[in-house]
Write a protein that binds this ligand. Structure first.
Ligand SMILES: Cc1cc2nc3c(=O)[nH]c(=O)nc-3n(C[C@H](O)[C@H](O)[C@H](O)COP(=O)(O)OP(=O)(O)OC[C@H]3O[C@@H](n4cnc5c(N)ncnc54)[C@H](O)[C@@H]3O)c2cc1C
Length: 437
């Protein structure tokens, strides 16, 4: 096959993934009553709300309770575009008002989960037949010398939450014209593997426009990164990457790029290779894990994530509890909103079938991650996944990356796909109830 016909079939593949997402046809089945069944959902982000939406549809008479600590949701997806000044921050903020009539809503922080029970900060214990956990990642600040939960806003990760986003955006606006921005991706598994590199692209776009003498260094703990040849090709075109005058420089893990310490007050960043960078803006993204609450509850293992039966997303450690989204170990799927939503659908069908005494349907998972390099220029990675019973594995069935020789038209179409995906998923999560068709 030629590369243009490859690109054509990939485009058709992404369109089919997005189409399936919009039309919800992938799993739609007959509604099951579920009278009196009590289901608790912990975390009202992508995984939690997708599970709630599907469970409501599949078991209209079930009693569903959602626990969420925040008053509103601040989206990470598309936050890089807002950081780079390409869209207003208000695009990232979503209210939960459309959920009030559909479920019992508990605005409280969950402090513990047991089989059949959710405990909250206000001291209440709630009993359930099934629990779905989707609390998103937590950060291991203490793994970087000089960094802590108390001083993180001086070197904001902006990898979740409104305060973090606001701190990084205001530091970018206030930095000197010839300043230095350091973006530091963490070692290990983290949410949105291409995210730091999309961020580097869009911060570079901002710098070129507003701080033309500034530089950006990616101090990377890892040797390679997601969609690397495509990102680097874009940076070569846009910023002369690889030349002495490049706006973007990357120090990889094998060249000591890992950040090992910081003086948060002065923003001096110590690298593994012994070098110290005097940053004006330091976007230090700490290592991530499922967090202390899930470890204490016996849901996360020593690897830091929650192991699950990958056919149903049921915890392998705690009976009656399912785990979806960033906190579960669903390798080989990346931690992304698309993955979280796909896992939540599999989970909802497995719960509904199990409660009706039926076997869970064969799972099908999907992921597509788009990264914008500048307005009208996006790249993507997309895969369909199946389940291999031997070894409880999620396996890639088909998919791929944007072609290295994609035309301007292809790249601009990817940017439009990315926007369409964002509008669809946020409408499904936060818009008025919209039956699955
Ligand atoms: C910069 C950036 C860009 C990204 N871009 C993309 C993209 O383009 N495409 C994509 O697919 N993904 C993207 N992602 C990844 C995506 O944001 C996450 O993978 C996704 O949000 C995971 O969903 P989740 O449901 O697991 O967690 P979240 O969406 O983080 O939701 C977790 C929810 O649980 C709540 N919660 C946590 N603890 C408790 C508790 N103890 N009690 C009660 N409530 C609690 C939180 O307040 C939150 O509302 C990006 C991430 C970043 C950082």
């Amino acid at each position: 096959m030629t590369s243009s016909s490859n690109e054509f079939s990939r485009r058709a593949f992404i369109a089919s993934i997005l189409g399936a997402m919009a039309a919800e046809v992938a799993h739609a089945g007959k509604p099951l009553a579920g009278t009196g069944v009590r289901i608790g959902i912990v975390g009202a982000g992508v995984g939690g709300l997708t599970a709630a939406r599907y469970l409501l549809e599949l078991m209209p008479r079930a009693n569903i309770t959602v626990f969420e600590s925040g008053r509103t949701y601040h989206s990470c997806f598309k936050s890089n575009e807002a950081l780079g000044g390409l869209r207003p921050e208000s695009d990232l903020r979503f209210g939960y008002e459309n959920w009030a009539r559909r479920v019992r809503w508990v605005q409280d922080t969950v402090t513990g989960i047991e089989s059949g029970k959710v405990l909250t900060q206000r001291g209440t214990a709630h009993a359930f037949d099934r629990i779905v956990v989707a609390t998103g990642v937590q950060f291991r600040y203490e793994e970087i010398e000089g960094l802590s939960a108390q001083n993180t806003l001086q070197a904001p990760h902006a990898w979740g939450g409104e305060a973090q986003f606001a701190a990084l955006r205001s530091q970018l606006l206030a930095m000197p014209d010839n300043g230095l921005v350091v973006i530091a991706p963490p070692p290990g598994t983290y949410k949105c593997p291409p995210g730091p590199f999309e961020r580097a692209s869009l911060v570079a776009h901002f710098l070129r426009k507003h701080k033309p003498k500034a530089k950006l260094v990616i101090a990377d703990a890892n040797e390679t990164f997601s969609k690397q040849p495509l990102f680097q090709q874009g940076w070569e075109r846009l910023y002369g990457f690889g030349t002495p005058n490049s706006l973007i420089e990357r120090i990889s893990g094998n060249h000591g790029g890992k950040v090992v310490g910081i003086d948060a007050q002065s923003r001096r960043v110590k690298l593994g290779n012994g070098e110290t960078l005097a940053a004006d803006v330091c976007n230090l993204i700490p290592p991530q894990h499922a967090g202390a609450m899930l470890t204490r509850s016996g849901l996360a293992n020593e690897g830091g994530w929650c192991p699950v039966d990958k056919a149903t997303m049921a915890s392998t450690l705690l009976k009656g509890v399912h785990v979806v989204g960033d906190v579960c170990d669903a390798a080989t799927m990346p931690k992304s909103a698309f993955s979280a939503s796909s896992q939540a659908k599999v989970c909802a069908f497995a719960i509904a079938n199990e409660l009706q005494g039926q076997p869970a349907p064969a799972p099908q998972y999907m992921n597509a991650c788009f990264s914008l390099l500048e307005p009208g220029y996006a790249i993507s990675i997309a895969h369909r996944y199946g389940f291999d019973k031997t070894g409880n594995r999620i396996t890639q069935l088909s998919g791929g990356l944007t072609a290295q020789d994609a035309s301007e038209e292809d790249l601009s179409r990817e940017a439009q796909f990315s926007e369409d995906w964002f509008r669809t998923i946020t409408r499904q999560l936060f818009g008025p109830a919209d039956p699955l068709t």
